[in-house]
Each structure stands twice: as C-alpha cells, then as structure tokens.
Design a protein around this ligand. Structure first.
Ligand SMILES: Cc1cc2nc3c(=O)[nH]c(=O)nc-3n(C[C@H](O)[C@H](O)[C@H](O)COP(=O)(O)O)c2cc1C
Ligand code: SF4
Ligand code: SF4
Length: 256
C-alpha cells in the first residue's frame, strides 16, 4: 500500500505512479490528517510512505501523524521523499519513526521535482521546460524505485552528518515560527467562495466566513495547498506572491 500526503501534487504523482507499477493501492492521507484520525491502516504488502520535504525535515503534521497512526500487517516500510533538490534530515526522521513503531525501514528514495514554496522570497521560479524535465525524470526514476520495492530490496541512503542534525533540529522550528504566520495571507476580491482552500488545508484551520476564507490559527504548516490550488489565484502572501506563477500538478495538464 502506498500512503501519501501531497499539497501541490508532486508527491501524489510519484505515489500514484508507484502504486500503478506495484499493482497496489494508493491512499491519500489528507482526510485522516485533517481529522486527526489515527485509526489503523492494514497492509499485507510492504508500505510505501510518501511525503514532501519542508525546511529539510518531514512536515511536522506528517511526522506527528506517522508517530500516532497504527500500522498493521506487513512490517516492511519504504520511504519516498519529494523535494526541490535537498531532503536534509527528512529521511533519517522517517527511519526513526518507523523503527520506533517496531517496523523495518528499507531506506528512502528521493525525487527532485519543482519547488512549490511560493511564499519564500528566495524561492526560484523555474520555467515550464525545467518543470517538464523534472517530472519526466522523476517518473522514470519511479520505474526503477518500483523495481527495487517489487523485489524486496533496500535503498542505499547517504550518510547524514551530525552537524546536519545540529543545524536543522534547532533552526528549522525557529524559521517556521517566524516565517509561517497566517496573518500574512490575504484574499483578493476575485475569490469565488468555492471553499477549496478550506477543504484542502491539512491542518483544517481555514474557515469560510461570509463566503471568504479566514485563517483560524496564527501559524500553519505553510504547505502551500491553499495558495497554490485556488482556482482563481485569489490568495496572496505579503507582497511576495503577486505576479508569481502558481504551481500544482493536480488537475493540470502535467498530471499523468
Ligand atoms: C514550507 C516548505 C518548505 C520546503 N522546504 C524544502 C527543503 O528544505 N528542501 C527542498 O528541496 N524542497 C523544499 N520544499 C519544496 C517541496 O519539498 C517540494 O516542492 C515538494 O515536492 C512538494 O510536494 P507536494 O507537491 O506533494 O506538496 C519546501 C516546500 C515548502 C512548502
Ligand atoms: S480557493 Fe480561492 S476562490 Fe475558492 S474560496 Fe478559497 S480563496 Fe476563494
Ligand atoms: S493554511 Fe494554507 S498553507 Fe497553511 S497549512 Fe493550511 S493549506 Fe497549508
């Protein structure tokens, strides 16, 4: 079984490709994460757990969910990470969580896809040609990754140095604390009140009030789902995102 969370479709694309190659089912964890539903998930075949990378780590809502959910059946787990180029300590985090659950971690595979981090000032926009190239290369890599899983192999992962933990573990939460404020999202007049942003938020913190989204918490995970998937691009962030191209594989011609 292939389990995944995906805000803008990169992880979904890889998860579904793997499920198709493995002849297995893929399960989108969005509703379970939103509802804090940790009820058991059973798989008789190895689990493939797929996540994006946020600030060199697993998204905190994803690691919290993984720690709590009950996983029954086959004890073998493969990790899949999608990123814009660097996974930091995310793979090691996943390994630790899986081992703590008494399961066998068989390594993780990384996929370099377009970064969706549009609210980050230093986020570099890439052109359609580069987007297509990364997607094509990742889909082709997924074929090889599926072969390894199918044959019960292991992924070899690079050594993660102590200094990487020492830098990431204290610094990432501080960066998130100061940079992931919800008050900086604002909604333009062209909002069509469809409620998609509210339905897609993994933290379930967007409420529709008077036909417009309202963020109920001061901070969020900055997964980019609301801002990137709005059908009319009505959501903006500070003065950073106006005029910036939105990115999502979901529902776009890029979806394969
Ligand atoms: C808050 C945030 C932080 C991110 N941090 C990293 C990072 O540290 N390294 C990286 O390579 N990509 C980073 N990214 C890019 C995503 O990992 C990448 O685009 C991922 O494939 C998105 O997956 P999705 O489309 O399934 O949501 C970040 C994205 C967000 C939203
Ligand atoms: S997704 Fe966009 S159009 Fe729909 S409610 Fe949210 S802001 Fe409005
Ligand atoms: S408010 Fe938007 S960016 Fe923040 S966690 Fe929810 S969907 Fe993601």
């Amino acid at each position: 079984m292939v389990l995944y969370f995906s805000a803008t479709g990169n992880t979904k694309l890889i998860a579904e490709k793997l499920a198709q190659r493995l002849g297995d089912e893929s399960v989108n964890l969005l509703t379970r994460i939103r509802n804090k539903d940790y009820s058991s998930i059973h798989s008789d075949r190895p689990l493939v757990i797929c996540s994006p990378v946020y600030v060199s780590e697993l998204p905190s809502f994803f690691s919290d969910y993984l720690k709590r959910v009950s996983l029954t059946g086959c004890r073998e787990v493969y990790g899949i990470l999608t990123n814009g180029g660097f996974s930091g300590i995310a793979g090691a985090q996943m390994k630790r969580i899986i081992k703590q659950k008494g399961m066998e971690f068989r390594g993780y595979a990384e996929f370099k896809l377009p970064s969706n981090h549009i609210t980050n000032k230093s986020h570099a926009e890439i052109d359609e040609e580069e987007i297509t190239k990364r997607i094509k290369e990742s889909l082709s890599k997924a074929e090889c990754v599926a072969e390894v899983i199918m044959h019960g192999g292991h992924f070899k992962n690079r050594h993660i140095f102590l200094f990487e933990y020492l830098v990431t573990v204290p610094v990432a939460p501080v960066l998130c604390y100061f940079n992931q404020m919800t008050k900086d999202f604002w909604v333009k007049g062209n909002c069509v009140s469809c409620g998609k942003c509210a339905r897609l938020c993994p933290l379930n913190i967007i409420e529709m009030q008077g036909g417009k989204p309202v963020w109920k918490e001061k901070r969020c995970a900055h997964c980019m789902s609301c801002i990137q998937n709005c059908p009319v691009e009505a959501i903006e962030y500070k003065d950073i995102t106006e005029g910036r191209k939105r990115y999502s594989v979901v529902g776009s011609p890029r979806e394969v």
